[in-house]
Design a protein around this ligand. Structure first.
Ligand code: UDX
Length: 432
């Protein structure tokens, strides 16, 4: 079976790599010929564990091809996945220009029956709008096009596993033929369980999943605040809550606030969807507001612990929005570092993968090659991303090179008794 994947960004590359790995022939298309040339020579523009090897393997096996020529790439395929980016427009709505442009380009180029499948995250109603646009652009030829919504649920850092062993594959369709084609496709690549539903429902499942996760994190962060003022311990509270199968233990880690390219953007898009449907989005709005406030007040927490901020220096460990990625989009570091600077605090920073991306966004910190370099002369270390390597640092050595042995662990990552035994003053999140 042969498919086309349009878009060689995060979702498009993971989709292309995993489908080809499981035996499909994949033509992956991107309008940037520069990106395509780089991919052909094995250079992958993003960091995702295992992705570069999987792409190289399937290019070599001639199952995965890259091209910037959409018309040729879809010529002998019957299914085209749209996996282009839908970045926020700044008004809460995602920018769908590329999604519509690609759909119309497929429709005008295809000379045969084609099932157009949206993989990009889009608001409810987008698939139907694509259908109307295609009808409008292609006139009587529109009957040869069918549409489906197959949203991705990939987490950065575990995207390959999420794709190949998903909790569920959601497919929204309107026709038996689309059900049959996509059913066969997922069957052939041995990816399950698949749930078929309508177009709007599939689209809403995606946004409401990320909206729910945003609410869940905002909720546990609020519980963490209560813990801090009442002497309770949020790590134990999460554990206790997690035993309840109705709640579950996942996504109950209190921290500095959620970030990334999806949760914040999808939560805003869901708010807009609710508003335009005449529904009050007050629950999701509260989560978004609480999260924004949390990130904006991180520097105050640091200042409170430092006492006098004059001539103080702190080391920030972790700049990406979570571990396992080089992505710094909406990361707490992007708010914390400028806020610390505004307070007059000097910042040095280290991240195992995100240095380059962080440097491009907050140029004024001192970016270091390792954690010890960053900690040298610091009055406090702030653990901002849960990179496992921070657990294995030599804290004896760190204590010697720091001016004051203070740790603010915004991820509750470190072994508290271990660092306290070495002589550190330790502050976790939600630990009263
Ligand atoms: C998310 C969704 O999980 C995925 O299904 C979707 O398709 C894309 O968006 P991702 O952006 O990779 O994936 O990040 P995710 O692992 O969901 O984490 C989002 C944010 O929440 C991160 O900032 C993370 O640090 C934070 N988080 C997560 C917490 O603060 N606590 C938790 O318990 C879990």
């Amino acid at each position: 079976m042969k498919v086309a994947v349009i878009g060689a960004g995060y979702v498009g590359l993971v989709t292309s790599a995993c489908f080809s790995e499981r035996g499909l022939e994949v033509n992956c298309v991107d309008k940037s010929s520069e990106k395509i040339e780089s991919l052909k020579s094995g250079r992958i523009p993003i960091f995702e564990t295992g992705l570069d090897a999987m792409i190289s393997r399937n290019i070599a096996a001639n199952k995965l091809r890259f091209s910037s020529d959409l018309a040729t790439a879809i010529k002998d395929t019957e299914i085209s996945f749209i996996a282009v980016g839908t970045p926020g427009r700044g008004d809460g709505q995602p920018n769908l220009e590329d999604v519509y442009r690609v759909a119309e380009e497929i429709a005008t180029s295809a000379k045969h029956e084609m099932l157009i499948v949206t993989k990009s995250t889009v608001p409810v109603g987008t698939a139907r709008k694509i259908k109307h646009r295609i009808q409008h652009t292609t006139g009587s030829k529109h009957k040869q096009f069918d549409i489906a919504a197959n949203p991705e649920f990939l987490r950065e850092g575990s995207a390959i596993n999420d794709f190949l062993k998903p909790d569920r594959v959601i497919i929204g369709t309107e026709t038996d033929s689309a059900v049959e084609k996509l059913g066969m496709l997922y069957d052939s690549v041995d990816i399950s369980p698949v749930m078929f539903t309508g177009l709007e429902t599939a689209e809403l499942i995606k946004h409401s999943a990320n909206g729910f996760l945003a609410v869940k994190i905002a909720y546990i962060n609020q519980i963490a605040d209560i813990c801090e003022r009442t002497g309770a311990n949020v790590i134990e509270v999460s554990k206790g809550l997690g035993f309840d199968k109705r709640i579950g233990r996942n996504f109950l880690d209190a921290g500095p606030g959620f970030g990334g390219s999806c949760l914040p953007k999808d939560a805003l898009a869901l708010i807009e969807t609710a508003k335009s449907a005449g529904v009050s989005p007050n629950i999701i709005e509260a989560a978004v507001e609480a999260n924004a406030r949390r990130k904006a007040t991180l520097a105050n927490r640091v200042a409170e612990i430092l006492g006098n901020v004059e001539n103080k220096k702190v080391a920030v460990f972790g700049l990406t929005f979570k571990a396992g990625t080089d992505d710094v989009r909406e990361a707490p570091s992007l708010e914390l570092i400028p806020a610390l600077r505004d307070l007059g605090i000097e910042v040095s920073a280290y991240d195992p993968k995100g240095l380059q991306n962080a440097r491009a966004k907050v140029g004024f910190a001192r970016f270091c090659e390792n954690a010890y370099q960053a900690a040298e002369g610091a009055h406090a270390v702030i653990v901002l991303t849960e990179w496992p390597e921070f657990r294995n640092l030599d804290f004896q050595k760190m204590k010697k090179i720091m001016r004051k042995p203070v740790i603010l662990d915004f991820r509750n990552l470190l072994n508290r008794s271990e660092v306290v035994a070495v002589g550190f003053e330790y502050h976790g999140i939600g630990i009263g």
